[in-house]
Design a protein around this ligand. Sequence first.
Ligand code: ZN
Length: 72
Amino acid sequence: MSDEPQPTGESCLRCHGALHTLGETDLRTGGSRGAWKLIFGEWAELGEGTMRVELLACPRCRRLELKLPDRS
Ligand SMILES: [Zn+2]
């Protein structure tokens, strides 16, 4: 796997530039797990207070986005 950011084929919501993926990371949901669970349901129950998310970055407007990884 390369360390270079890879284009995702998705567009930035703000500037419509090409979003690049920075890979997956663990996001701490901490004390607000209840709110996470309301939105993401059982997703928020995975792990010990963390959720696996994919980091997307727009090099044009320097916006970062989080996305739940596809899971089958
Ligand atoms: Zn952008």
